[in-house]
Write a protein that binds this ligand. Structure first.
Ligand SMILES: Cc1ncc(COP(=O)(O)O)c(C=O)c1O
Length: 364
């Protein structure tokens, strides 16, 4: 018998996630010096990690022989204070990606449906398929989620609705009023997931607490990978009702979040100066990039996140040519947008380097 005959069939058809190209891969493949490569491909923080987070992580390393606190006690206490909720309302994951998978474990069975926009963060679809459920993809309108259309896609089989706001890859957001109205219109058999990976870049992120107080089946997902600059340490979290958080906590692995990451996340939550600077650098860079790309006659999707979409024609070619010049961006073919690139907002210097490289590629 072949090995594949033994395999769960949904694994054989499972698409593979294509991450932003790591600097080391590009350096190896193209014979470039890694130190000279600029990565603007994964919406990471161009300022680096939170300094308070790094100091705490370094201290935590001294106790690397011990298993971490699987319950993330200190981090959940801190998150509870910050969100005005109770610690029992939180589940911490190995990045918010893990929480997406935990939602699949808790809710999805073959034949279930999961409603999501398209294009939206690809992991929703991957998790749905992994559990043998059906992704129901609702096209965005003007690059923005159409919440009425999401509501219309709900059937008796729908289990989950995923809404990223701001959305990756478009950088567009929905308002709190729109989100509240959608959730209040959902039937009782549906769990609503608001993916807030980029919420800290918004002036007024939507407040889910009124919905939780009404007993709605909602969960918000946040991450330390973006504005806190801790993507490498893999810490994200979800918050919802104690019942929902309890279910997600039940299916996670006992030590899913390492102690270095927990310590860094706890400290980064106090790093207000760093977060303020990251927001300011991003806001300035976003304006600068949008204006610079528009002045070159390129179509840009107005973004409220730390990245933007730009239409360059042959996205695959421009991506490869930029990479040869040591600048890594994200080709959008996997998102069904082959003419577009997604570019993370960098520092002023990084944005300038990207624009010069782009000019050289487009001139050639
Ligand atoms: C919308 C969205 N959600 C979730 C994630 C996952 O973040 P992490 O697993 O690093 O917390 C990302 C990462 O790019 C994202 O863009």
């Amino acid at each position: 018998m072949t090995l594949s005959a033994l395999v769960n069939p949904s694994v054989l058809t499972q698409p593979v996630y294509e991450p932003g190209k790591p600097i080391e891969d590009v350096a190896r493949e193209l014979g470039l010096d890694p130190a000279g490569i600029l990565k603007l491909a994964s919406n990471e923080n161009p300022l680096g990690p939170s300094p308070l987070g790094v100091a705490a992580a370094t201290r935590a390393l001294a106790h690397g022989e011990l298993y971490p606190d699987g319950g993330c006690f200190v981090l959940r206490q801190k998150l509870a204070l910050r969100h005005g909720l109770a610690p029992e309302q939180f589940v911490v994951g190995n990045g918010s990606n893990e929480i997406l998978e935990l939602l699949g474990h808790v809710f999805l069975r073959p034949g279930d449906e999961v409603v999501m926009g398209a294009p939206a963060f690809i992991v929703y679809k991957l998790v749905t398929l992994l559990f043998g459920a059906r992704p129901i993809e609702v096209p965005l309108v003007n690059h923005r989620h159409d919440l009425d259309a999401l509501a219309r896609a709900i059937t008796p089989r729908t289990k989950l609705v995923f809404l990223p706001s701001p959305n990756n890859p478009t950088g567009t957001a929905n308002t709190e009023a729109e989100i509240h109205a959608l959730v209040r219109a959902l039937p009782d058999h549906v769990v609503f997931v608001l993916d807030e990976a980029y919420a800290e870049y918004l002036d007024n992120p939507p407040d889910l607490r009124p919905l939780l107080a009404e007993g709605r089946k909602v969960i918000g997902l946040r991450t330390f990978s973006k504005i806190f600059g801790l993507a490498s340490l893999r810490v994200g979290y979800g918050y919802g009702s104690p019942e929902l958080a309890g279910l997600l906590n039940r299916v996670r692995q006992p030590f899913n979040v390492n102690a270095i990451g927990q310590a860094a996340a706890v400290a980064a939550l106090d790093d207000d100066a760093f977060v303020r600077e990251a927001r300011a650098v991003n806001a300035a860079g976003l304006r600068e990039l949008e204006a610079a790309l528009a002045s070159r006659g390129l179509l840009v999707v107005p973004s409220v996140a730390n990245f933007l979409l730009v239409k360059v024609g042959d996205g695959g070619r421009v991506f490869s040519e930029l990479q040869r010049r040591g600048v890594i961006v994200r080709p959008m073919k996997p998102y069904g947008m082959p003419e577009w690139l997604r570019v993370t907002v960098g520092t002023a210097g990084q944005n300038g380097r990207f624009l010069s490289a782009l000019d050289a590629v487009l001139a050639g």
